[in-house]
Design a protein around this ligand. Structure first.
Ligand SMILES: [Zn+2]
Length: 131
């Protein structure tokens, strides 16, 4: 029997009782101070894309450290989401995979060129591994 996206969200909430989930006041989902804020579509996920957004934000809570640059934090959160999505047999459409990868490389360039900080890891290490 295939578990619904809402059912998977329920399990995630149960698996991480230390994480607080709130409805986002704006049109985006994000994590702040260990709290996961979810936009309406993600809060009651009906699609794999919405579910993956939840996993990504939970991934931030579990993997982000202050010493990491934004690109590394995005990469780690997404890799955690990929790992869990696979376990539930959730496949992400290519366009969404490309969005995540573009976002990571965007932040890598910001860190390198604008902030002039040397990212801790090289660009090739920030390639998402989907299989
Ligand atoms: Zn993120």
């Amino acid at each position: 029997m295939r578990i619904s996206y809402k059912g998977i969200k329920k399990r995630i909430v149960e698996d991480f009782p230390e994480i607080r989930f709130e409805k986002s006041e704006n049109r985006t989902s994000y994590m702040e101070d260990g709290v996961v804020y979810l936009k309406e579509e993600d809060y009651n996920p009906k699609t794999m894309v919405a579910l993956f957004n939840i996993l990504h934000e939970v991934g931030h809570v579990l993997t982000s450290e202050p010493y990491m640059g934004r690109s590394e934090r995005e990469w780690r959160a997404t890799m955690w989401a990929i790992f869990v999505a696979k376990r539930y047999g959730v496949t992400i459409p290519d366009w969404r995979k490309e969005n995540f990868q573009k976002d990571i490389y965007f932040w890598f360039e910001v860190e390198k060129q604008i902030l002039k900080t040397k990212p801790r890891i090289c660009k090739t290490a920030l390639k998402l591994q989907w299989r």
